[in-house]
Write a protein that binds this ligand. Structure first.
Ligand code: PRX
Length: 649
């Protein structure tokens, strides 16, 4: 978890300067240029972003204003019209990129497919017609629940092309979680597959969708991709095979232009309270943020082959598998399955096989690679790699050094990238050719990012002091609101410190201006890179017939970053047993998804509470971590519950 990491990070004093060779070829190769551009981007955002928007996006109608900011609502590039899919695909047609690979796909069983920009354009156009023929209109919501296959990208882009709003649901979510999302956004169409391959087995997707659709009246049609050819149930009049739907359809499509602020997608993410939040991103600002950051942070070059191991069900997949990369005309490598299938060297094998130049992955994956052992890495050359990236949680200096040495062969810079579902694109990252890298630090702010560390009162703290990270100015790819819940948008992000965006993260800034993130300071956990709200887990437990009360907390875990521990008290007359604990774990799996199953379930007669009846989570965190319960316990109602919980497990 955060505390041990931050102290060990603080002990690492080495910095890694960009090599002269890297610097010479970098898209941005000097600290002075970075500083000049960053200063302009925060001091004259309208000049900076106006210029970038004209340079990087293809407009059908030019915008008239760069920014309208009525705290906390932003509108970027008003008056402008564009088509996001055209900006990711069509713009490359008729150029040298037309026959360049847009996507190189490797399925878990080993099947490989290459799709050029020209072919991608034909696929997207074809599916756009299918959608339109089904009556999907601009603004309608389309849910995508697919494995990591090229069709997932095609589906997202086909939505963007006709102005439909996609919501991609990660393949690990349960029927219950899917149902909630479909109902919240009133999806009209669902796109899924018979299954996907994971660890040599079929992960069933269609049967999960079928269960979710038992109570989702808004859904009219389900398009089903054949991937694994396992037996599935097709519902007459509702379900249609992908290959039947687009058979014989035209592969050209005239794209309409949409307003800059036209909604592009909703992505559900966990918050510190209640149900998941539908983060809404819109068109031009989001695309510009994703494109510009990909260009500079990954130092993209025409011949790069870029591999991001994140699932497209998360924001990392949206911005840095799909939109940011394709808008730059890059070649994206897509892998369907598990990193240890058939053996723990699958990534390294694929990097050599496809001559991958950039790898973007998460610290939790890096820790698994370290645990699996160096021998799996040493079997492979990895000499095509030139840049490495990290995202999702703080990377410990130990993991940083291993990644740098074992994977990057001390040659490849590592860009740590801090951002969130809400920020849409990377906000903090040290540009690899511009400034020295500091292992463990997220780095320097990206263009347009005015980040500060403040105390509880919102006052900026001196450099080197821990505090909460806020962003004081709007940026183009920021979320615009929460779907159907603007009040929650205002309170969740602008409620703690009026007028500024609160990230939910604790951090400090060092004397050189680098940000060091310690982790969430709210009740959001980061488990193996999955964001899980403790309130969501507690809500799931509350629907179990045996549970009276529960509290979910995180405890430090050397592999997952954080592990989930739930404390439960049972209804009168219910006896504790191992079978019940297992049932509670399965229940959470059914309500949210198997990735949210707790690592430990502790049952006791009561939970530690204040005299006013509030559960003392701080104490539970200490118990979960196996630490002595310290701090003020004077308001604790009943000391015996602590002893009982410590004995459990
Ligand atoms: O706590 C921060 C952590 O992940 C949170 C955002 O989670 P999510 O919206 O799921 O997006 C993850 C991928 C962008 C943040 O509030 N986080 C993300 N990147 C980093 C990080 N913590 C430290 N260092 C990072 N590079």
């Amino acid at each position: 978890m955060s505390e041990p990491k931050i102290s060990s990070a603080a002990r690492e004093k080495r910095v890694f300067k960009p090599s002269a060779e890297f610097q010479r070829q970098a898209n941005l190769g000097s600290l002075a240029t970075y500083k000049k551009l960053h200063a302009e981007s925060v001091n004259s955002p309208e000049n900076f972003w106006g210029r970038q928007a004209n340079e990087h996006l293809i407009w059908r109608k030019p915008f008239s204003t760069v920014l309208n900011w009525k705290t906390p609502h932003a509108e970027w590039f008003k008056g402008g019209k564009l088509n996001v899919a055209e900006n990711c695909v069509d713009r490359h047609l008729g150029t040298v990129r037309e026959n360049k690979a847009a996507i190189i796909f490797e399925g878990e069983p080993g099947d490989v497919r290459t799709i050029t920009y020209k072919q991608l354009s034909m696929h997207v156009c074809r599916l756009a017609h299918v959608f339109e023929n089904m009556g999907v209109k601009a603004g309608d919501r389309v849910a995508i629940y697919l494995p990591m296959v090229p069709e997932a990208i095609v589906a997202m882009l086909a939505c963007a092309r006709i102005g439909a709003v996609h919501t991609v649901i990660f393949g690990g979510f349960s029927a219950e979680a899917i149902k909630d999302r479909l109902n919240d956004c009133q999806a009209k169409l669902v796109i899924t597959a018979d299954g996907g391959w994971r660890r040599g087995k079929v992960v069933e997707l269609k049967s999960v969708v079928d269960r979710a659709l038992e109570s989702t009246p808004s859904v009219e049609t389900v398009i089903v991709l054949k991937r694994t050819a396992n037996e599935i149930n097709m519902v007459e009049g509702r379900d249609i095979w992908w290959h039947d739907a687009w058979k014989g359809g035209p592969n050209q499509h005239k794209a309409k232009a949409f307003d800059s602020e036209h909604p592009l997608f909703i992505l559900y993410t966990s918050g510190s309270t209640g149900k998941p939040k539908g983060v809404l991103h819109t068109s031009a600002g989001y695309l510009l943020g994703a494109k510009l950051s990909a260009h500079y942070v990954f130092d993209l070059k025409e011949n790069d082959r870029y591999f991001c191991s994140a699932d497209i069900g998360w924001i990392t997949g949206h911005s840095y598998v799909v939109y940011g990369l394709l808008a730059n005309g890059s070649t994206v490598f897509l892998y369907e399955g598990a990193p240890n299938q058939p053996e723990p060297d699958r990534f390294w094998q694929m990097i050599d096989r496809h001559a991958i130049t950039i790898l973007y992955t998460a610290p939790t994956a890096i820790r698994s690679f370290m645990r699996w052992g160096d021998n799996y890495v040493l079997r492979h050359r990895l000499d095509s790699l030139r840049l490495l990236g990290s995202v999702g949680e703080p990377i410990s200096p130990e993991a940083w050094r291993w990644y740098h040495h074992m994977i990057g062969k001390d040659r490849c810079p590592i860009v740590d990238t801090w951002w969130q579902t809400e920020t849409g694109s990377i906000l903090i990252a040290t540009l690899p050719g511009a400034a020295p890298l500091k292992p463990g630090a997220a780095g320097l702010p990206f263009f347009g990012v005015a980040a500060k560390i403040v105390d509880e009162q919102g006052k900026e703290v001196p450099r080197g002091t821990d505090g909460k990270m806020v962003i004081t100015k709007p940026w183009p790819s920021m979320l615009r609101t929460l779907w159907n819940d603007d009040a929650r948008y205002q309170s969740a992000y602008f409620g703690d410190f009026p007028g500024v965006y609160f990230t939910g993260d604790g951090a400090k800034q060092d004397k050189d201006g680098y940000f060091w993130i310690s982790g969430r300071v709210d009740d959001v956990l980061n488990i193996s890179g999955h964001r899980i709200g403790t309130a969501e887990v507690e809500a799931a437990l509350a629907s179990h017939p045996s549970v009276a009360e529960s509290a979910a907390v995180g405890r430090p875990d050397s592999l997952k970053g954080q592990a989930l521990v739930v404390f439960v008290s049972l209804k009168t007359g219910v006896a504790t047993s191992d079978a019940l604990k297992e049932d509670l774990r399965s229940h959470i799996g059914r309500e949210i998804g198997s990735f949210a199953k707790p690592d430990s379930v502790r049952i006791a007669a009561g939970l530690p509470k204040t005299r006013s009846g509030k559960i003392m989570r701080r104490i539970l965190k200490e118990i979960a971590a196996g630490r002595e319960v310290k701090g003020d316990t004077s308001t604790l109602e009943d000391f015996s519950v602590i002893a009982a919980l410590q004995k459990e497990d």
